[in-house]
Design a protein around this ligand. Structure first.
Ligand code: GSH
Length: 210
C-alpha cells in the first residue's frame, strides 16, 4: 500500500493526489503541517531530507519530488497513461508541466516566504510576490494553450496528462491566493472542466485545497 505524505494547500502534493485518483490507486493519507516540516519534525526529515511535500512510501522505498513520483506511478500503474503515446505529444506535455512546476512554483513556496520575511518583507509583500510569479507562468501557459491545435478539453487533447496535473494544482493555489483566473480564459476553462472530472474532484476534496 502507498503512504502519501502531503498537505491540503501544497500544490505539489495535489499533483500526486490527482495521479493516484486518475489511476484508482488506494493510498493511506498522512497529512503534515507545512510550517513545522523543517522545524522540529525530525522523523519527517529522515524520510525527506529536503523537508518538502509530497513524499510517498511504497513497500520499503521512499520517493520524493512530485515529478519522480508521477513517473514512478505511471510506470507501475500504466492505465490510464499520464503521457500521450507519441513523442511530440509527450514533449509538449512535459514542457507545459515544467512551465508551471519548474519555474514559477518553487518561487512561491513557504521557504521562499520565510527568507523574504528574514530580509524584512511583510506577509502581504510575499502574497504580491506569489501572485506575480504564478501570473507570469500562467501568461506563458495560456499563450501555449491558445496557440496550439493540440489543446482540447484538457491541455493536450481529450484525456488528462501531466500538463493538467500541474496546471490544475497551480490554479487551485492561485485561486486560494486571490488570483483571478479570468485573465487566462483557455486555462480557466480547462481548470473548470477538470474539476468536474471525478478523479480531479476527489483529489481536490481529499486535500481540502480550495
Ligand atoms: N519540486 C518539489 C517541490 C516540492 C515543494 O515545493 N513542496 C512545497 C509544498 S507545495 C513544500 O514542501 N514547501 C515547504 C517549504 O517551502 O518549506 C516537488 O515537485 O515535489
Amino acid at each position: 500500500l502507498i503512504k502519501l505524505h502531503h498537505n491540503v494547500n501544497s500544490s505539489a502534493s495535489f499533483r500526486v493526489r490527482i495521479a493516484l485518483k486518475l489511476k484508482s490507486i488506494p493510498y493511506v493519507s498522512i497529512p503534515h503541517d507545512l510550517d513545522t516540516l523543517t522545524q522540529g519534525d525530525a522523523s519527517y526529515l529522515e524520510l525527506n531530507p529536503q523537508g518538502m511535500l509530497p513524499t510517498i512510501e511504497h513497500d520499503l522505498i521512499v520517493i520524493t519530488q512530485s515529478l519522480a513520483i508521477l513517473d514512478y506511478l505511471d510506470e507501475l500503474f500504466p492505465l490510464p497513461p499520464l503521457l500521450p503515446s507519441d513523442a511530440l505529444g509527450r514533449v509538449r506535455v512535459r514542457s507545459l508541466f515544467e512551465m508551471v512546476a519548474a519555474d514559477p512554483h518553487p518561487l512561491t513556496t513557504r521557504r521562499v516566504g520565510r527568507q523574504l520575511k528574514r530580509l524584512g518583507h511583510s506577509q502581504s509583500e510575499f502574497l504580491t510576490w506569489q501572485r506575480h510569479w504564478i501570473s507570469e507562468g500562467f501568461d506563458t501557459v495560456e499563450l501555449c494553450l491558445s496557440q496550439s491545435r493540440d489543446t482540447g478539453k484538457f491541455c493536450h487533447g481529450n484525456s488528462p496528462t501531466l500538463a493538467d496535473i500541474a496546471v490544475v494544482a497551480q490554479a487551485a493555489s492561485a485561486r486560494r491566493l486571490g488570483v483571478d483566473l479570468a485573465r487566462w480564459p483557455v486555462l480557466q476553462k480547462i481548470f473548470q472542466f477538470c474539476l468536474e472530472e471525478p478523479a480531479f474532484a476527489a483529489a481536490h476534496r481529499e486535500g481540502g485545497t480550495s
